[in-house]
Unconditional design. Structure first.
Ligand code: C5P
Length: 397
C-alpha cells in the first residue's frame, strides 16, 4: 500500500472524531493520507489532529495555500488512488448527488476519476428522508461505494439507523478496493441476471423473487477489473450499469437464444439468473377472463441454459449459482457435476438478510475438486469480487 494515496474528506458530523482513527489506520498501513476538512468539520476536529497523524498538510480552505499542491482540488483529484468521505453528512451527500462544487472537498470529488467511498453518519430521520435516499441512490448509480450507516446509539441519545460504520470496516473496504487489479483486461464475460418472466397471457406471467442484484454486481465488478461485459438481463428495476452491454430478455427461451448467440466469444459465462424451470405450454393471445371454476395451467420444462452450454466449443469457464433451501452443499455439488461446471456458488436462501432481493449474500464457492470456500455474509458487490478472484485464478491455470 506504500505507493497509494487516499484523500480523506471529513464533514461536519459528531462522528468526525472517528475519522481520526480512519486516518491513523490508513497511515499505519503505509498509505499516504491527504486530509480535507469541510468548514463544518473544523468545528468538531482540528486540522492539527490530522496533521499530527498523517504528517501531511491538511486542507481546510480553497483559498489558502496550505500544501505543496498547486491547484489543490485538481492536484489531489489526480493524485488520489481513492477518495473516502468519512463521515459523510446528508449535506455532502446532497451536494455530491447534485454536482455542487463550492469547497475543496466537493471540487476534488467532482474532478476525480478515482473510486469514491462514503460512510454516511446522521440522525435516523435525516438518513431515512426520501431526499437523502434518492441522493444515495444517485451516488450508487455512479458507482460510489457506500459503507453503512449501521443501527445503534446516536448522538441525539436515541437508537436507530444512522451510526457511523466501524473505522476498521471502512479501512478494510478501502484496502480491498486499492488492491484490486485490472486482471480481466481483454477478457469477454457473459453474465445473466434477474428472474425470467414466462407469459401466461398478455397480463400475467410466472416469475420468481430474484432481484438481479447479484448478477448486476458481477457485471459492474467485472467491468471495473477491465473485462468487456455482456449482461443478459431478465426484467428488473435496477439501473443499467454504465459501460456494460445490456441485452434485455423476458423469458427463459429468449435468454437461451441470447446466450447461444454470444457464448462463442466468451472467456467466462456466469449464470446468475434465476431461470424459470417451467413455462406455460400455451401462451394465450388475449387476457383470460376470470370465472368461478378453477383454472388448471399446464406447464412444460424450459431449456436448461447452463447445461446446454456444456459441450460448446471453444469452451468458456462456466460458473453457475445454486439457490437452495435445504442440503445446500450436497445439492450444489450435484448441480456442479450434472451441468459440468467449473465453479458453483451455493447460497442458502433461508438465511435472513441474504439471497433473493437482499443487498447481501452468504455463499459457498465449490470447485470441480469438491473444495468448498465458505464466505461470511458480505455485500453482493464483495461476493462478486470474490467470485471473480476465483475465476481469474482458474483462467490463469
Ligand atoms: O438447476 P438449477 O435451476 O438449480 O440450477 C441453477 C443454475 O442453473 C443457475 O446458474 C441458473 O442460472 C442455471 N439455470 C439455467 N437454466 C435453467 C435453470 C437454471 O441455466 N432452466
Amino acid at each position: 500500500m506504500s505507493n497509494k494515496t487516499v484523500v480523506l474528506g471529513v464533514t461536519g458530523s459528531i462522528a468526525a472524531y472517528k475519522a481520526v482513527d480512519v486516518a491513523s489506520q490508513l497511515t499505519q498501513r503505509g498509505i499516504n493520507v491527504e486530509v480535507i476538512l469541510t468548514e463544518a468539520a473544523t468545528h468538531f476536529v482540528t486540522p492539527l489532529t490530522f496533521r499530527s497523524i498523517t504528517a501531511r498538510p491538511v486542507i481546510t480552505d480553497m483559498f489558502r495555500l496550505a500544501s505543496v499542491f498547486s491547484v489543490e482540488h485538481v492536484a489531489l483529484a489526480e493524485a488520489a488512488d481513492l477518495i473516502v468521505i468519512a463521515p459523510a453528512t446528508a449535506n455532502i451527500i446532497a451536494k455530491l448527488a447534485g454536482g455542487i462544487a463550492d469547497d475543496s472537498l466537493t471540487c476534488t470529488v467532482l474532478a476525480t476519476a478515482a473510486p469514491i467511498v462514503i460512510a454516511p453518519a446522521m440522525h435516523t430521520g435525516m438518513y431515512e428522508n426520501s431526499v437523502t435516499q434518492r441522493n444515495l441512490a444517485e451516488l450508487r448509480r455512479r458507482d460510489f461505494t457506500i459503507i453503512g450507516p449501521i443501527h445503534g446509539r446516536l448522538a441525539s441519545g436515541g437508537i436507530g439507523l444512522g451510526r457511523f460504520a466501524p473505522p476498521s470496516e471502512i479501512v478494510t473496504t478501502i484496502c480491498h478496493l486499492l488492491s484490486r487489479r485490472k486482471d480481466l483486461i481483454g477478457k469477454q464475460i457473459l453474465i445473466t441476471a434477474a428472474g425470467t418472466h414466462e407469459a401466461i397471457d398478455p397480463v400475467r406471467y410466472i416469475g420468481n423473487r430474484s432481484s438481479g442484484k447479484m448478477g448486476y454486481a458481477l457485471a459492474a465488478a467485472a467491468r471495473d477489473r477491465g473485462a468487456h461485459v455482456q449482461l443478459i438481463s431478465a426484467p428488473t428495476s435496477l439501473p443499467k450499469p454504465l459501460g456494460v452491454e445490456v441485452i434485455d430478455v423476458q423469458t427463459a427461451a429468449e435468454m437461451s437464444s441470447a446466450v447461444s448467440e454470444k457464448i462463442s466469444r466468451a472467456d467466462i459465462l456466469i449464470m446468475a439468473a434465476a431461470v424459470a424451470d417451467y413455462c406455460p405450454v400455451k401462451i394465450r393471445k388475449r387476457k383470460v377472463k376470470k370465472a368461478d371454476q378453477r383454472w388448471d395451467l399446464t406447464l412444460k420444462r424450459t431449456p436448461d441454459i447452463l447445461a446446454e452450454t456444456a459441450g460448446c466449443s471453444p469452451r468458456p469457464l462456466r460458473i453457475g449459482f445454486a439457490a437452495e433451501t435445504e442440503n445446500l452443499l450436497r445439492n450444489a455439488e450435484a448441480k456442479l457435476n450434472q451441468k459440468d461446471l467449473d465453479l458453483i456458488i451455493a447460497n442458502d436462501i433461508t438465511i435472513p438478510g441474504s439471497g433473493f432481493g437482499a443487498d447481501k449474500n452468504q455463499v459457498a464457492i465449490i470447485d470441480r475438486s469438491g473444495d468448498i470456500e465458505e464466505l461470511p455474509l458480505l455485500d453482493k458487490t464483495e461476493v462478486a469480487q470474490r467470485v471473480l478472484d476465483r475465476a481469474v485464478k482458474l483462467l490463469a491455470e
